[in-house]
Write a protein that binds this ligand. Structure first.
Ligand code: SAM
Ligand code: SF4
Length: 329
């Protein structure tokens, strides 16, 4: 088992497949990323499959593929198929995508063994969706959700980053969408990880406020054993309507004490926290011809350095140099 110095067990690996994206969400990549990782720095699919095998042998049971936009990388289904061979030790293979190209790739991903998919929708109004993401694509993302449900992905999750003055008037609409479409709608507090460095505390809408706004119209009940090492507080509707609400509060109610996650950046660096100042060069180790045991030792040593918690709320907090699309959300 992978354990850190604070006795947390690490079971969950998030991999950014690419730092590139076809959207320009204002809270993530508003101006595009000036320094895309060079292709030769990205771990190849074979390298990714190999390091995942080592991670799983150490006790990782969940892998989430993310980015940037993971589906702009070629052959993601081939990687999923390779990861599927690690089941049942690897219990869960998940994908977070903006949904733009999901319909085209959906059947291949399903057949390859992808277990779960999460989409992002920050507005249900087409004009506002375009304003937020830079792309007129709400219809495509809604189609992706339909196709995911039809194929049998369950539960389908949808993420929204709630930002004051931008989409905080849609909270009840999002909840209604969850009920009508039987999806798990997850509300994420805006974190200081935007490449435009425009985050400020006034833009953060606290999870408590999200809960209260929805609860007033559609009463919510906390699911038993809701949080554990999960990032979300999960709720069902009191009237037993379909769908769920998840509230993710990294800023106002941090969950670092129960964190079970570790991350691999698009260019093969281990990060032990979204807000880490340090990275561990797994790509360098893999490409140096290290043995499987040496790679395992390297991973164990990196995990031991996992920080006790993030420090967004410290007056001296400094936004990490690498932003969300690089690290993998
Ligand atoms: N491109 C894919 C997508 O948008 O779903 C996957 C990568 S994206 C970085 C993963 C998740 O991180 C998305 O749900 C996105 O909304 C969220 N995210 C991005 N920047 C964020 C920020 N500054 N604060 C909170 N969440 C953020
Ligand atoms: Fe791209 Fe996802 Fe970031 Fe939006 S949140 S810019 S879709 S990586």
């Amino acid at each position: 088992m992978l354990r850190d110095a604070y006795n947390r067990t690490i079971r969950d690996l998030r991999i950014s497949l690419t730092d590139r994206c076809n959207f320009r969400c204002f809270y993530c990549l508003p101006h595009g990323e000036p320094s895309w990782a060079y292709k030769e720095k990205l771990l190849t699919l074979e390298e990714l499959a190999f390091v995942c095998e080592v991670f799983v042998s150490l006790g990782i049971t969940k892998i989430r593929l993310t980015g940037g936009e993971p589906l702009i990388r070629r052959d993601v289904d081939v990687l999923v198929e390779k990861l599927s061979r690690l089941k049942p030790d690897l219990a869960d293979i998940a994908l977070t995508t903006n949904g733009y190209d999901f319909v085209r790739q959906s059947e291949a991903l399903w057949s390859a063994g992808l277990d779960r998919v999460t989409f992002s929708i920050d507005s249900l109004r087409p004009d506002r969706f375009q304003e937020i993401t830079g792309v007129d694509a709400l219809g495509r993302v809604l189609d992706s959700i339909d196709v995911a449900k039809r194929l049998g992905f369950a539960p389908v999750k949808v993420n929204a980053v709630v930002v004051r003055g931008r989409n905080d008037d849609e909270l009840v609409d999002f909840a209604r969408f969850a009920r009508e479409n039987d999806v798990s709608f997850r509300f994420i507090e805006f974190m200081p990880l935007d490449s435009g460095h425009e985050w400020n505390r006034d833009m953060v809408v606290a999870g408590r406020e999200v809960h209260d706004a929805i609860n007033e119209v559609f009463p919510l009940q906390l699911k038993e054993a809701s949080r554990g090492s999960s990032t979300a507080w999960n709720y069902t509707f009191v009237d037993s309507a379909p769908g769920e609400i998840g509230i993710i509060t990294p800023v106002t109610n941090q969950f670092c004490g129960a964190c079970s996650r570790i991350r691999l950046t698009a260019d093969g660096q281990i990060r032990t926290c979204l807000f880490s100042a340090a990275e561990y060069d797994l790509r360098g180790v893999v490409r140096s011809g290290a043995s499987r045991e040496e790679i395992a030792d390297f991973i164990r040593a990196a995990v031991m350095k996992k920080e006790p918690g993030h420090r967004i709320n410290d007056p001296a907090f400094v936004q990490p140099e690498r932003t969300m699309s690089f690290i993998g959300g």
